[in-house]
Design a protein around this ligand. Structure first.
Ligand code: BGC
Ligand code: BGC
Length: 622
């Protein structure tokens, strides 16, 4: 048997390539990943096994050598854990330094670095930012999503990161939930199908050397909590829970998703991180999930009052790797976790078989992905981060995601040679608002958050004729001569924990801007940047044309593609659009008597004569 140790020796003498040249097939290739994992497992001490089960946030690792000291299996960067100079080159250097520590351990097991690349490689300056999932959901285009996630995967791998905590396959049922934009839509079928497309994009057809490990999240019921409360409780019987929140994982499992993240939320009052029935019996045994389960950010700490008991409960429930954001001296931290887990095993509270199962799952994925042979960043990929070819795919996603809700008198498409085109609303020239949460910062932020990218205003300037004057008046005070007015309104950036809202009325200031534009007598097209449908009130009537643009990301030219008619609008609502705040939960439409303002599947387009035409797909996704 050509086992791991022998291989390391061969590698250090450069013999692997030589043997490969002689058509020698070493056993660590993909087909034998699980037997390789077994062979390696047989050599591991308990400390080495425990280390593989630990994932620490880079900000908590004050000393990188702790990767070596504790045999850590994984490091992550959470939403805000970026290096000071947030460039691709710095990221590559950082992840390579962590990897170098892992490769100095006795068994030289490489680590997997993970990030929340949830709409492109969104922590990194200069990366291409794609529309958030809600916009991708509006494309209803699985092939396009697969291509988009392949681009994202290449950007991720270009910084030495081989694991993305994506796709989110939440079925958001209540738009009060601040993570609604991370959900492809309100139907489990749509979410299941598009989630699997994203998995194929990130990983490829099988887990291999070009894969970025996908992580379907958050299992399960995250989008069904009462009142849309983040990390709340989803209350329903098991049949409903399975149909709505568990079945969307099936297509991703079929597509070979290598990891799944467990959710913060509870189901009928029981925290998912302690739910052995759903994690082990349903997900692993019944559904045949072969990858590994990772916990969410310090989520096991919420199980009870005693950390040791939390550890036992979560690992016995089926968690394989634990995400730990705290370092020594910071509360429940990785050193404490490691010591406690060891005690629990020694005391017989967690069986060695359970530990072996967890570690075998993690190692198998690492072998499948070829990180043993290839632990370093590919510099060719680093160079392609933010490239024009990558941006072109994101631009395509943007134009396919726009949902035209109204187009009175065929106001759209606009002519490129209008004399005076006015643009209102500061969001028109703000990359931060255009991208939303999970962009550079955890919560995202207003302003020009990153280099590269094109705001809508910049895209407009590129599109219009040389005779056209663009009047940019953020507060709408200078609109007199306009032939047409584009008003850009919406939600400021937010992310988990901070985005829950009970009142989803369009902000009064935004409604005023639209009214002010309309008062000039010029036709008004309103563009809405938002993570969810908002209650539009009079503003829909006031606007001659209205586009839901979601959170489109860095490629503003995808919007001008449609505004000027180079491409027809193709997006269709991935969820119903409410009339008012009483309809924010999808259950509000369960009664046949109630219908939303716009049903799922609604979206107008331009026909050959540029006449508005309605898609006939309203019944598709309830
Ligand atoms: C979120 C996850 C995310 C993780 C790491 C958690 O708070 O719920 O979606 O992957 O943090 O940043
Ligand atoms: C991190 C996020 C994480 C969140 C949860 C933030 O500080 O950057 O990644 O999801 O905390 O509390």
């Amino acid at each position: 048997m050509y086992h791991h140790f022998f291989r390391q020796t061969l590698q250090s003498f450069g013999l692997v390539g030589l043997l490969a040249g002689f058509n020698f097939t070493p056993t660590y290739l993909h087909a034998s990943a699980s037997s390789d994992a077994d062979a390696l497992l047989a050599q591991m001490t308990l400390d080495e096994k425990i280390g593989q089960m630990v994932q620490v946030d880079s900000a908590a690792l004050k000393d990188k050598a702790d990767v070596r000291k504790y045999f850590l299996g994984s490091v992550l960067s959470g939403g805000g854990s970026d290096p000071a100079d947030n460039s691709p080159a710095t990221w590559k250097k950082l992840t390579d330094e962590f990897q170098a520590q892992a490769l100095q351990t006795r068994l030289k097991i490489p680590l997997l670095y993970g990030v929340d690349a949830v709409h492109g490689h969104n922590n990194i300056d200069g990366a291409v930012i794609f529309p958030h999932h809600i916009g991708l959901g509006a494309t209803h285009d699985a092939k396009l999503i697969e291509r988009a996630e392949r681009v994202a995967a290449e950007e991720v791998a270009g910084t030495g990161v081989r694991w993305a905590f994506a796709p989110c396959i939440a079925v958001a049922r209540d738009v009060r939930w601040g993570r609604t934009y991370e959900s492809f839509g309100s139907s489990p079928e749509l979410v299941g199908e598009l989630g699997a497309a994203a998995v194929r994009g990130l990983q490829g057809e099988v887990l291999g050397k070009n894969s970025v490990l996908a992580c379907a999240k958050h299992f399960a019921g995250d989008g069904g909590t009462t009142n849309g409360q983040d990390e709340g409780d989803t209350v329903c019987d098991e049949a409903t829970f399975r149909k709505m929140f568990v079945t969307p994982y099936e297509p991703s499992i079929k597509a070979g998703v290598g990891s799944i993240m467990v959710s913060f939320n509870s189901w009928n009052g029981v925290k998912m991180h302690g739910n052995k029935h759903l994690l082990t019996e349903v997900l692993k045994s019944e559904m045949g999930f072969q990858g590994f389960l990772v916990s969410d950010w310090a989520a096991i700490d919420q199980l009870g009052t005693n950390y040791q008991a939390d550890i036992e409960m979560s690992i016995n429930a089926g968690l394989d790797m634990i995400m730990i954001p705290a370092g020594p001296g910071e509360g429940h931290n990785y050193a404490e976790f490691i010591a406690d887990l060891k005690d629990s095993i020694t005391l017989g509270k967690i069986s060695p078989t359970r530990i072996d199962d967890a570690v075998r799952r993690i190692l198998t994925v690492k072998y499948q992905m070829g990180v043993f042979e290839n632990p370093w960043t590919d510099p060719a990929l680093t160079a392609k981060i933010g490239s024009p070819e990558h941006r072109a795919v994101a631009r395509e996603c943007v134009r396919e995601s726009l949902v035209l809700l109204k187009n009175e008198q065929q106001m759209l498409p606009l002519k490129k040679d209008l004399k005076h085109l006015a643009v209102v609303g500061s969001a028109a020239d703000d990359l931060g608002i255009q991208c939303g949460g999970w962009t550079i910062d955890w919560q995202g932020k207003v302003g020009n958050v990153m280099s590269g990218g094109t705001t809508l205003l910049a895209a407009l300037k590129k599109s219009v004729s040389t005779n056209t004057e663009i009047i940019y008046s953020p507060d709408g005070s200078d609109l007199k001569s306009a032939d047409a007015i584009i008003v850009v309104v919406g939600e400021p950036p937010y992310a988990e924990m901070k985005g829950d809202r009970a009142d989803l009325n369009l902000a009064a200031a935004d409604a005023d801007l639209i009214a002010k534009a309309k008062a000039t007598g010029a036709p008004v097209v309103t563009l809405l940047y938002s993570g969810r449908p908002l209650v539009l009130g009079k503003s829909l009537e006031t606007s001659d044309a209205f586009i839901a643009a979601w959170l489109p990301g860095t490629e503003g030219e995808g919007i001008t593609d449609v505004l000027f008619g180079d491409f027809k609008p193709a997006g269709k609502l991935p969820r119903p659009w409410p009339h008012d705040n009483s309809e924010l939960n999808c259950a509000a439409f369960a009664a046949p008597a109630t219908s939303p303002l716009f049903a799922s599947g609604f979206g107008l387009t331009y026909d050959a004569d540029m006449k508005p035409k309605e898609f006939k797909t309203a019944a598709l996704h309830e």
